[in-house]
Design a protein around this ligand. Structure first.
Ligand SMILES: [Cu+2]
Length: 220
């Protein structure tokens, strides 16, 4: 369904699958429960000549409608945790040579590439503000942090939202499947300028990405 922005990361279809599974399951039970409620409200409404009866409850029924939702919720939890772990647990991260540090601050996204030596805080580092470039078809490791308050890195097209927390270096990875330009929104109210805390992600073929790195370094 076309409710959501296009999905352009390898994790996207898995997140969408979970989203729709949850929508359908909770939607089904919502209408079922509300329908039954409406039915009983009408069927047992006050009418002249009908006396109210006192019902104590039904233990078997109550156990059934507690255990079934518990099993469904547990299933959804396990399914969600798998996808969560895939992009966040270090053991599940694919090996990659492309990585960057994404440091949020009031009210911008600082992007730092380690440069050819693969080390940060060396003269060949490449830094930009609000411009994050990454190659298509290659996993990219992002080390997300913050200089001041809690921000949140959110790129809807990647189906990725990660808090940027001062004092923590949180590692996630993403792999784009399509070239394009997408917005980074800060998804955590972080101060008066929160509304204008916007960056851009450009996903492009590896050759263009490498060219961009060289050009950006040259204009630094
Ligand atoms: Cu922010």
């Amino acid at each position: 369904m076309g409710w959501m922005p296009e999905s352009v990361s390898t994790i996207g279809p898995k997140v969408d699958q979970l989203f729709w599974a949850i929508v359908w399951i909770t939607g089904f039970f919502f209408f079922l429960v509300q329908g039954v409620l409406l039915f009983f409200v009408l069927k047992y409404r006050a009418r002249p000549g009908h006396k109210a009866s006192y019902v104590h409850g039904n233990t078997v029924l109550e156990v059934v409608w507690t255990v079934i939702p518990a099993i469904i919720l547990l299933g959804l939890t396990i399914a969600s945790q798998k996808v969560w772990a895939q992009v966040r647990f270090p053991k599940q991260m694919p090996a990659t040579s492309v990585e960057l540090k994404l440091t949020a601050e009031q009210f911008a996204w600082n992007v730092l590439y380690p440069g050819p030596d693969g080390q940060y805080d060396t003269p060949d580092d490449i830094s930009t503000i609000n411009q994050l470039h990454m190659p298509v078809g290659t996993p990219v490791k992002l080390i997300v942090s913050s200089k001041d308050v809690i921000h949140s890195f959110f790129v809807p097209e990647f189906r990725m939202k990660q808090d940027a927390v001062p004092g923590l270096n949180i590692t996630i990875w993403l792999e784009a499947v399509k070239a394009g330009e997408f917005e980074i929104r800060c998804a955590e109210l972080c101060g008066l300028g929160h509304y204008r805390m916007k960056g851009f992600v450009t996903t492009e073929p590896m050759a263009d990405f490498e060219k961009w790195l060289v050009e950006t370094k040259a204009t630094e």
